[in-house]
Design a binder for this molecule. Structure first.
Ligand code: BGC
Length: 336
């Protein structure tokens, strides 16, 4: 089958013929990959900044935001041919540690976990994939057109849950820094929870992402907004991480989702005297995928669709080098 692979021995990204996965066992499912989304992680992978191939191999199949359709379901899998599925990304550590053992591999403390399409396990930018049914989420046919957003939305759901739990009062205001897919999905999800949300980012007012944010009914500004109860950093830039902390109201919670390490002034004293909290969040458990589906179902379909630009499979090389792209979410159609 064809797959998009990172070749670590040649430091090269290529579309190649690879071995198709074996037939599914009784608790497994084989699905055709219909679509794969591209995110900042894929761009970092394609620059060989992060990630690694499975043990003993020199190539990694890319792709971790996928939508599939079941072709063959093992008798004990609970799935049926034709079901739409979204795979979870992370797989538990081999032992497994207590958190992995209770299904919270998103919290794995050993670091021995793998992530499909990112760290030590092949991803989904390929014709078909096989997974254990416990890593698959069934998607209602009604949201098929936006279901490729379920994985990034699951990350947002986990982050919002963590922020709400960490905030000791009832938060009313939120700032989202960044208007990429994670930022805009977070802003929509916060708005759906009746928070007053401001999106701030560097994009010019005329940038299509800023326009999409406004069309989604979100307040967008390039200026620094007033402090808020919850602040989400969704840019990847360390400056935005420091900005998130500076924008915290007393008792506020900042969630860092993408910022790389960077040097700057960290206001420890303001944290202490204002009971402010800074937390990080990565990946997502099954519950967050279920929450993502519930939220996507109740959101305006036209708004969600306006986030997505679909492209043919072969254009993925251009998508990975566009940094950042104009579209909120680039999605490649694999089964055309
Ligand atoms: C994915 C997460 C993953 C993280 C770190 C993100 O792009 O959405 O599932 O845990 O990268 O590898």
């Amino acid at each position: 089958m064809r797959a998009l692979v990172l070749d670590y021995s040649l430091s090269k990204l290529a579309e190649r013929e690879v071995m198709a996965p074996p037939d599914p066992l009784e608790h497994e499912v084989r699905f055709r990959v219909l679509e794969a989304g591209i995110c900042g992680t894929d761009r970092a992978l394609s620059r060989f900044d992060i990630g690694y191939p499975p043990h003993g191999e020199s190539t990694l199949v890319l792709g971790h935001e996928a939508l599939g359709q079941v072709e063959q379901a093992g008798s004990a899998s609970g799935f049926t041919a034709g079901d739409c599925v979204v795979p979870m990304v992370r797989r538990p550590c081999p032992e497994p540690c207590p958190r992995c053992a209770r299904g919270r591999w998103d919290l794995c403390a050993t670091g021995q976990y793998t992530e499909r399409g990112i760290m030590g396990a092949h991803g989904y930018f390929a014709d078909v994939a096989v997974d254990d049914a416990r890593y698959l989420i069934r998607v209602p046919a009604a949201i098929r057109g936006v279901a490729v957003l379920v994985e990034p939305m699951s990350v947002v759901e986990k982050a919002i849950g963590a922020a709400l739990r960490a905030h000791e009062e009832e938060p009313r205001t939120a700032i989202v820094i960044g208007c990429g897919p994670i930022g805009l999905l977070a802003a929509l999800a916060l708005k759906a929870r009746n928070l007053n949300v401001i999106v701030t980012s560097l994009e010019e007012e005329t940038n299509p992402r800023a326009a999409v944010a406004r069309q989604a009914g979100l307040e967008y500004t390039r200026q620094s907004p007033p402090p808020a109860d919850l602040v989400f950093e969704a840019t990847g830039a360390p400056e935005a991480g420091f900005q998130a902390v500076r924008l915290l109201a007393p008792c506020g919670v900042a969630v860092i989702l993408g910022a790389m390490n960077g040097a700057g002034t960290f206001p420890f004293r303001d944290l202490i005297l204002g009971n402010r909290k800074v937390i990080g969040a990565v990946n997502a458990p099954r519950q967050s995928f279920e929450d993502a589906i519930r939220d996507l179902q109740r959101m305006d379909r036209r708004v969600l669709s306006s986030f997505i630009e679909r492209r043919p499979r072969g254009e993925v090389f251009a998508s990975l080098s566009a940094n950042p792209p104009q579209a909120v979410k680039l999605v490649h159609v694999l089964d055309a």
